[in-house]
Ligand binder design. Structure first.
Ligand code: ARG
Length: 459
């Protein structure tokens, strides 16, 4: 018999029973549901809304149910629809009338809202930890590659000389934002909807500050209608996950390119690559490709929930039960991607001589050549033009800029001196790019120290 059967003359149709039920996926919030109920019962007891004896029985009963669920002794049923009614039914079966008092001054609408916030708070902490672990891998790799010269790209064309450290630290900067973005999201989420009731609060003399503080929230939500119908926090969380996955997908794309015979900048560890069922020579970057692919499903999770919430009138609507699966899917996906991607990066072999060889072709020191002339007094626009002519001549004769003899250079501009060859060397080109945030080893060291401190401060 249904908990709400009083109003009804007929049993629920079996199809509706299954259709309506969310226990198959919301059971994963059992610990949060029980924590919310314990806080609620404690507050009800303290406010004199239930007796101290009932309060004690409820808290004891819920703690035992929690232990039994964790020991695998409980089977939930779709007949009890969701995790909230399953727990309540279990409690009442164990402690009788006291169990039936738990739902005083509460609705599943505020209950589910508090459960999801608690659940997300826990998962945000876990995901943040994983991002910081990955960040540490990147920082360590950057540290040992501060003089690993490689071409920096724009339009996927060789552009200017950088180091692998600088390239990795760009992802470090993205991940740093992913962490603070999640922290912002957690902070905004840190209000407790419990006590909003079904939508319009309650006539019982409850203390919402108390349940908020028992559950570690900074305050109760300000408006009862908003308290039960707001899912901004879940949407915000999914957008944090989408942006994080977007970052991973960009990195994945580069790893895939870097593993190709065309680049050969890195070789993935055997343990993090896969073979082909037909082509014996293949070593494929499946991990990177799957991370790139799974970015699509996390975006889908975000768009699902945005679409579910679109145009919903206030306050609670059953549509909102569709919030949980995308949220859980995004959590599972991100938690699967982060450690495997991080380990793949940690174990991959860098091929510095190939990176340097690529840097030596493609005239990526052309800007440096123009800068050399500009520093000697030539207007940059003129220096740019002359260097362009030199590059063109080189493409015709199959030379690099530093292979042009000094007399030829001086025929074009007397400002060229013997020191030009040092100025055009790849190491000098990188070392001289010492503007704040640039790729010079001095600047990458600064970035590394800053990120190390960030990791420590945010653990
Ligand atoms: N299982 C429901 C959900 O996830 C709980 C809230 C149900 N409330 C209601 N009035 N039917 O949203």
């Amino acid at each position: 018999m249904k908990l709400w059967s009083g109003r009804f003359q007929k049993e629920t149709d079996a199809l509706v029973n299954d259709f309506n039920s969310s226990i198959a996926f919301d059971s994963r919030m059992y610990a949060e549901d029980i924590a919310g109920s314990i806080a609620h019962a404690t507050m009800l007891g303290e406010c004199g809304i239930i007796s101290p004896e009932d309060q004690a029985l409820i808290v004891q009963g819920l703690s035992e149910i929690l232990a039994d669920i964790e020991a695998g002794k409980i089977e939930f049923t779709a007949d009890n629809e969701d995790i909230h009614m399953n727990v309540e039914a279990l409690l009442t079966a164990r402690i009788g009338d006291a169990g039936k008092r738990l739902h005083t001054a509460r609705s599943r609408n505020d209950q589910v809202a508090v459960d999801l916030r608690l659940y997300l708070r826990k998962e945000i902490a876990a995901i943040k930890g994983m991002i910081l672990d990955f960040e540490a891998v990147l920082v360590n790799k950057a540290e040992s590659n501060q003089s690993t010269v490689m071409p920096g790209y724009t339009h996927l064309q060789r552009a200017q000389p950088i180091t692998l450290a600088q390239h990795l630290l760009a992802y470090g900067a993205m991940l740093k934002r992913d962490v603070t973005r999640l922290e912002d999201c957690a902070e905004r989420m840190n209000e407790c909807p419990l006590g909003s009731g079904a939508l319009a609060g309650t006539t019982h003399p409850i203390n919402r500050e108390r349940t908020a503080s028992l559950l570690g929230f900074c305050a109760p939500t300000a408006n009862s209608l908003d308290g039960v119908s707001d899912r901004d926090y879940a949407i915000e969380f999914l957008s944090c996950m989408s942006i994080l996955m977007m970052h991973l997908s960009r990195f994945a794309e580069e790893i895939i390119a870097w593993c190709s015979w065309e680049f050969k900048f890195v070789e993935l560890d055997d343990a993090y690559s896969t073979g082909s069922s037909i082509m014996p020579q293949k070593k494929n970057p499946d991990v990177a490709e799957l991370v790139r692919g799974k970015t699509g499903r996390v975006y889908g999770d975000l768009i699902s929930l945005l679409t579910v919430m679109k145009s919903l009138p206030l306050a609670y609507n059953k549509d909102m039960q569709e919030d949980k699966e995308p949220v859980f899917d995004a959590i599972d996906t991100v938690k699967m991607c982060l450690p495997v991607f991080s380990a793949m990066i940690d174990t991959m072999k860098i091929l510095p001589e190939n990176m340097r060889a690529a840097a030596n072709r493609g005239f990526i020191n052309a800007t440096d050549c123009a800068d050399y002339l500009a520093k000697k007094g030539m207007p940059f626009r003129d220096a740019y033009k002359i260097t362009g002519q030199l590059v063109y001549a080189c493409t015709q004769s199959g030379r690099t800029l530093e292979e042009i003899p000094l007399n030829e250079l001086r025929a074009i501009s007397p400002l060229f001196d013997a020191d030009v060859y040092e100025a055009l060397s790849m190491d000098a080109c990188v070392a001289q790019r010492s503007s704040y945030g640039g790729p010079s080893p001095a600047e990458t060291s600064r970035q590394i120290a800053m990120l190390r401190k960030f990791i420590e401060d945010h653990k």
